[in-house]
Ligand binder design. Structure first.
Ligand code: ADP
Ligand code: MG
Length: 342
């Protein structure tokens, strides 16, 4: 009899396990190489075929945005054409480019110029996004020349279109286009009926819904130890989490780290942070502000709060700072430093 009872219990356990499987289908996860990084789409609680079709459409949309905004490669687009337009002569930009430029300029103003969409000339000169990665800083004289017109206030909006007022006033959406692409990907997933998903572009992400009824759990990378996390964010609903760091694209020269996030006031790599993570309601803003916060360092945290966002910052000395509401673990986002048990 005890044996029979045990058998019955095992049968019941197996049945429960099966029920659990059918009520919580596996996530559909696909990765594509877009915008110079591995983009991973995770869709949950959606039939597999529907999820795959949604992911394909979202990936195509991200690729389209990459082609629309990049200043690299040979394929023509309006942004490259604008950068070669004679200074002083207006050029209308396509509605989508116009809109992201307006957003960029608003954030440039609000961040006191820490974020600038007018760094095309110095960015190309440093060359961090070129096929051949640089090993040394550019000549000082060339950088001075590139910086002369690299000021967002030299981008003028006229009834005839946009004007760049100096030969080295050039657009670069590198600090915001990835966030915009993530937002568009989420919109496309939603159009396909997806309610629970993460679009993760190399650590920059937006998530919607929940993970089988529980918050999504996101690790924030330690800027110096590749396999270690600073901590975990638990979030659900609709939240973007974007990090700017000095550890993705850099070289060491004369014992110093030279990386791709420039201080717009000098044209040199910003020195006040190792990584800046911004949490906002959309990835476009989170992307631009994470770049701005990286440039500003810990002094920029009040600005992040005033603009209704949250952040985790690792300063130049490696100290971890967070906006107060995150430390309290206020819903819908909670930050759990590594070592603390959520
Ligand atoms: P990542 O592209 O690694 O996610 P960011 O979002 O911080 O990092 O963007 C960095 C890119 O943005 C650079 O490669 C360059 O194209 C551009 N950029 C560099 N400095 C700035 C800045 N201060 N403001 C706006 N864009 C910047
Ligand atoms: Mg950015």
């Amino acid at each position: 009899l005890p044996f029979l009872r045990r058998l019955r219990r095992a049968g019941l356990a197996a049945a429960l396990l099966l029920a659990a499987c059918t009520s919580a289908p596996e996530d559909v996860r696909e990765s594509r190489f877009i915008m110079g990084t591995l983009v991973t789409f995770t869709v949950s609680d959606t039939p597999r075929q529907q999820a795959l079709a949604a992911i394909k459409a979202a990936a195509d949309e991200m690729q389209r945005i990459q082609n629309t905004f990049t200043i690299y490669g040979d394929t023509p687009n309006a942004v490259k054409a604008f950068n070669h337009q004679p200074p002083g002569r207006p050029m209308p930009l396509p509605a989508e480019v116009d809109a992201l430029l307006q957003t960029s300029l608003a954030i440039a103003r609000a961040s006191g110029g820490a974020f600038s969409p007018a760094l095309g000339a110095p960015d190309l000169l440093w060359g961090f996004s070129l096929p051949d990665a640089p090993h040394a800083p550019p000549p000082a004289r060339a950088l001075t020349r590139a910086m002369q017109g690299a000021d967002w206030r030299l981008l003028a909006h006229t009834p005839q279109g946009w004007v760049r007022q100096h030969a080295s006033t050039q657009l670069d959406f590198g600090g915001i286009a990835k966030g915009y692409a993530i937002d568009r990907a989420i919109a496309v997933l939603r159009q396909h009926g997806v309610r629970h998903a993460i679009v993760d572009a190399g650590g920059d992400m937006r998530l919607i819904g929940s993970h089988h009824g529980r918050p999504w759990r996101i690790g924030i990378r330690h800027p110096r130890r590749k396999t270690t996390v600073l901590g975990w964010l638990e979030a659900q609903g609709d939240i973007a989490i974007v990090t700017s760091g000095d550890y993705e694209r850099f070289f060491i020269w004369h014992g110093k780290r030279w990386h791709h996030i420039l201080d717009p006031s000098t044209g040199q790599p910003a020195r006040r942070a190792m990584s800046a993570t911004v949490i906002a309601s959309d990835a476009t803003r989170a992307d631009a502000w994470s770049t701005a916060l990286f440039v500003l360092g810990a002094e920029g945290l009040p600005l992040i709060r005033q603009n209704g966002m949250r952040a985790v910052l690792v300063d130049a000395a490696g100290r971890v700072h967070a906006t107060p509401d995150l430390q309290g673990g206020v819903s819908p986002v909670a930050f759990h430093p590594a070592g603390e048990n959520p």
